[in-house]
Design a protein around this ligand. Structure first.
Ligand SMILES: CC(C)(COP(=O)(O)OP(=O)(O)OC[C@H]1O[C@@H](n2cnc3c(N)ncnc32)[C@H](O)[C@@H]1OP(=O)(O)O)[C@@H](O)C(=O)NCCC(=O)NCCS
Length: 173
């Protein structure tokens, strides 16, 4: 009979994708417990509301099927926390460590979110970003996200899973 830790290992192995030298693991409650301090450290410079442990741990529909962490040699270098909202998958938080930025980790994380959205029957990927966050805005616009309310301080962005697929596969221009 399988032990709990063997099942955990098996689950981790079957929910890991290797791309461009990074391992992308689906975030589980267990993995979140292990990596939460790393997520907080990676996210510490993000413009806007600061997330504490309770924000990361919040139970949301489809969250454990939609959230991913990028790992390099066992160390988290980026993560995305997302959940099902209305008819889409909503990205609540995405951040990449300074040392790994501009290497495609953010694009790959959104590629994983897209795969998760398709698996769950969601048609769109949505998120909110501060209008002051120029780096993130440029990143989302390159991927083809459209801005729904360009005049506000907190912008609502959205893209269909089909369009996001093309952009993630194409990579940087
Ligand atoms: C926004 C963020 C998640 C992007 O992550 P990232 O891993 O740097 O994203 P990528 O590497 O996939 O793409 C970033 C840039 O690098 C370029 N790039 C990607 N892969 C590349 C590669 N292999 N070689 C060279 N350049 C590459 C892309 O063209 C892209 O350019 P652009 O954003 O100017 O259009 C990251 O900047 C971040 O963590 N910011 C702080 C947290 C934050 O603001 N989060 C968003 C809150 S809504």
């Amino acid at each position: 009979m399988e032990t709990t830790s063997q099942s955990g290992e098996n689950f981790r192995a079957s929910h890991t994708v290797r791309e461009e030298g990074y391992d992308f693991l689906q975030v589980t409650r267990e993995l979140l417990g292990e990596f939460c301090d790393d997520f907080i450290a990676i996210d510490c410079g993000t413009i806007g509301e600061r997330w504490e442990r309770e924000h990361y741990a919040m139970e949301l529909p489809g969250k454990w099927d939609s959230s991913w962490v990028a790992v390099d040699g066992g160390i988290p270098v980026g993560f995305v926390i997302a959940s099902l909202k209305d008819t889409g998958v909503h990205v609540h938080r995405i951040a990449v460590a300074h040392s790994a930025r501009g290497t495609g980790v953010g694009t790959r994380l959104l590629g994983r979110v897209r795969e998760s959205a398709i698996r769950q029957g969601a048609k769109r990927v949505t998120l909110c970003v501060s209008a002051r966050n120029g780096t993130a805005l440029r990143f989302y616009q390159r991927l083809g996200f459209s801005i729904e309310d360009p005049a506000s301080e907190l912008l609502n962005l959205s893209i269909s899973v089909q369009a996001l697929g093309g952009a993630c596969a194409a990579g940087p221009s």
